[in-house]
Design a protein around this ligand. Structure first.
Ligand SMILES: C[S@@+](CC[C@H](N)C(=O)[O-])C[C@H]1O[C@@H](n2cnc3c(N)ncnc32)[C@H](O)[C@@H]1O
Length: 304
C-alpha cells in the first residue's frame, strides 16, 4: 500500500509526527490492523490518525489530549466547525488579541460553555507564537520590532479551509479530554481487542519546552509499566535516551531519524518501540528507514 497523503493540519505542531505516518502504516500492514480503531492517547496535532482515517486506511480514530486548549480545538473542529470558522474570520491578529487570548492558558479543564473560545485561543497562540508553542512569546516579539510580525503565519482563508476539510471526518473521529495514563490503564482492564494504540508521549528531554503538560521521570516509568502489561497492540515513539531504552529493554526497538517542524529539537534520533512480536522491519534493533526521500521532502516543504 502506498503512503497516504498527510492531511494539511491547521495547527503548527511542535514535534508533529507527520513523517511517522509511514512507520504506522507499515505497522498496520505487518500486523493486519486495518479493521481496528486507532487510539492516539497523546493527540497533539493528531496528524497520523487523521491522515489514516482521511485516506480510508483506518475507519475510526480516538484522540485523547490533556491540554484543555488542544482538546477544545479538536472538539470544535468536529462539533463547532462553523462557530470556530466564524471566530477565526473575525479575529484581529495583533498583540492586543494575543494578550487577551493568552488568559485562556490559565484554564486547567475545558469548560463546555467556552469550547469554541478555547479553540480559538489554541489556534491563535499556536499560529502567532514562536514555533507554535502555546506558552511561548509572539512572533516578532512583544514590541513587534522584528522583521516577521505576529500575523505572518495566520492565513485565515487557508486555516478555515483546512478546518472545514478535516471536519468532514467527524463521524470517524472521537475527541476525549483526559489523561493518557488513566485512559491506557482503563483500556488494559477492559477488552480493547478492536483497537491499537499509537503512543507519542511528551519528549523525555525537550517535553517541558514544547508542551504545557509534560512528564516527570515517574510518569515515563508509569507509562512503561502500563504498556508492559497492555493486552492491545501498541507502537510507541520517543526521543532517544538511555533511560527510555532501559525502560523498554524487553521490547522490540528501532531507531528512526526525524526532522521536526520546530527548531527544537531538530534531526533528532527517535526510538520506535512496539509490543508486537514480529519486528517492525526485517532486522530487530537496527536503524530502519521507512521514510522515502520524496516523503521527507514533501513533509519539510509542508511544515509550518
Ligand atoms: C509528543 S506530543 C504528540 C504529538 C502528536 N503525535 C503529533 O503528531 O502532533 C505530546 C502531546 O501529549 C499531550 N499531553 C501531555 N501530557 C498528557 C497527558 N497526561 N495525557 C494526554 N495528553 C498529554 C501534550 O499536550 C502534547 O500535545
Amino acid at each position: 500500500m502506498s503512503t497516504p497523503n498527510q492531511i494539511e493540519s491547521p495547527l503548527r505542531y511542535p514535534g508533529s509526527k507527520a513523517t511517522f505516518l509511514n512507520v504506522v502504516l507499515r505497522f498496520i500492514e505487518t500486523h493486519n490492523l486495518h479493521e481496528k480503531e486507532i487510539v492516539e492517547p497523546y493527540a497533539g496535532s493528531g496528524i497520523v490518525s487523521l491522515s489514516l482515517v482521511s485516506a480510508g486506511i483506518i475507519k475510526k480514530a480516538i484522540l485523547i489530549e490533556r491540554d484543555p486548549l488542544i482538546y477544545a480545538f479538536w472538539k470544535s473542529v468536529f462539533e463547532h466547525t462553523d462557530t470556530l470558522s466564524s471566530l477565526i474570520e473575525k479575529v484581529n491578529v495583533n498583540t492586543d488579541t494575543w494578550h487577551q487570548l493568552k488568559n485562556y492558558l490559565q484554564y486547567d479543564h475545558p469548560n463546555d460553555l467556552y469550547i469554541p473560545d478555547l479553540a480559538l485561543a489554541c489556534l491563535f497562540l499556536n499560529r502567532t507564537n514562536f514555533s507554535g508553542i502555546l506558552h511561548s512569546g509572539p512572533i516578532g516579539g512583544r514590541d513587534q520590532s522584528s522583521k516577521y510580525k505576529i500575523d505572518c503565519r495566520f492565513n485565515k482563508e487557508a486555516i478555515i479551509s483546512r478546518i472545514q476539510k478535516i471536519s468532514l471526518l467527524r463521524h470517524s473521529v472521537s475527541v476525549v479530554f483526559g489523561d493518557a495514563l488513566q485512559y491506557l490503564h482503563a483500556s488494559s482492564a477492559e477488552n480493547s481487542g478492536n483497537r491499537f494504540f499509537y503512543v507519542d508521549p511528551p519528549y523525555f528531554k525537550q517535553g517541558r519546552k514544547l508542551y504545557r503538560y509534560n512528564y516527570k521521570i515517574v510518569d515515563h516509568k508509569r507509562l512503561a509499566d502500563i504498556l508492559r502489561n497492555a493486552n492491545f497492540p501498541w507502537i510507541l515513539s520517543y526521543d532517544k535516551h538511555e533511560y527510555i531504552e532501559l525502560l523498554y529493554d524487553n521490547f522490540i526497538r528501532t531507531h528512526q531519524s526525524f526532522r521536526y517542524t520546530t527548531k527544537i529539537p531538530k534531526n533528532e534520533n527517535e526510538l520506535v518501540i512496539t509490543n508486537m512480536r514480529t519486528p517492525l522491519s526485517g532486522k530487530e534493533n537496527q536503524l530502519t528507514t521507512f521514510i522515502s526521500k520524496a516523503n521527507l521532502s514533501n513533509f519539510l516543504n509542508a511544515s509550518e
